[in-house]
Design a protein around this ligand. Structure first.
Ligand code: HPA
Length: 292
């Protein structure tokens, strides 16, 4: 049995979405835990619950509503995932990343991924924003790469280069935008663990030792699949808590992560809106090519 959902399934989902709206999204956004309020800024939204879309799996986690919002943000046609499915919910990596393939099929050229993450870098605090410069694909390394299985050469290469998975031009744009808006944007390496248990202090010391600045349970699969398909990726982590590298510190809960999301949203919303506005200005607004 093939692990990959085929182009037939990708096309079915894309056709279903394309029938609901005449808008052809140019940018995709994935909103992580507690970060969904950004979608409220979308003009004339078409909202499609994941459970209506063929082959999509629902998000089962609090703080992850589980629908697509399609509309315009700063005049850019966007498709927003309000909440995402995770591997820890029992889904395969192929199911987790299927919506990204559907975005590719719809012609999406840019992907902005967000997440809530624990800060490993000792200079990070809850409420900081971190531009993802690179990731450590721990799950990818142990056989949970979403590209595992047959490759579709029409989507991307068998052995995709990952040296610039987080687009350098988009990173520069994000940094400049943050400076201009007076929003502090830290930079660092994101590491994904499969979850759902949070890390032990010894886990966290190990993650810090191998070079990670922030830890979470998402993003790496989506970025792997998007980059494979030639979509340019920008990633931003909202630091929801400082990881406790020593035993005996305060316990961490999902509620704390969601609560921190509220403060993060206040910075993330203006930052992403302005990034999109500048993106629309710097590249010609040609209609996106329809792919598959
Ligand atoms: N660890 C893993 N995932 C997370 C964390 C964390 O500390 N905070 C938010 N998501």
């Amino acid at each position: 049995m093939s692990l990959q959902l085929s182009k037939t399934e990708i096309r079915e989902a894309a056709a279903f979405i394309a029938k609901k709206t005449s808008l052809r999204p140019r940018a995709g956004l994935v909103l992580g835990s507690g970060l969904s309020p950004l979608a409220a800024e979308v003009a004339q939204p078409t909202i499609i619950p994941y459970h209506d879309v063929p082959h999509f799996v629902p998000s089962t986690v609090e703080g992850h509503p589980g629908d697509l919002v399609i509309g315009t943000l700063q005049d850019v046609p966007v498709i927003i995932m309000r909440g995402r499915p995770h591997y820890y919910e029992g889904y395969t990596m192929q199911q987790v990343t299927f919506p990204i393939r559907v975005m590719w099929s719809l012609g999406v050229q840019y992907l902005i991924v967000t997440n809530a993450a624990g800060g490993l870098n000792p200079s990070f605090h809850a409420g900081d924003l971190m531009l993802i410069t690179d990731h450590i694909g721990l799950a990818n390394m142990v056989g949970l790469n979403p590209l595992h299985g047959p490759n579709d050469d029409e989507i991307g290469p068998r052995f995709p280069d990952m040296s610039q998975a987080y687009d350098p031009k988009l990173r520069a744009l994000a940094l400049q935008t943050a400076t201009d808006l007076g929003i502090e944007l830290r930079q660092g390496v994101y590491i994904m663990l499969s979850g759902p248990s949070f890390e032990t202090p010894a886990d966290l010391r190990f993650l810090r030792m191998i070079g990670a600045d922030a830890v979470g349970m998402s993003t790496v699969p989506e970025v792997t699949v998007a980059h494979h398909a030639g979509i340019r990726v920008l990633g931003i982590s909202g630091i929801s808590n400082a990881a406790q590298l020593e035993p005996g510190a305060a316990e961490l809960s999902h509620e704390e992560v969601l609560e921190a999301g509220k403060a993060l949203v206040a910075k993330l919303v203006p930052l992403i809106k302005e990034i999109l506005r500048r993106l629309a200005r710097t590249t010609p607004g040609e209609p996106s090519e329809h792919r598959a």
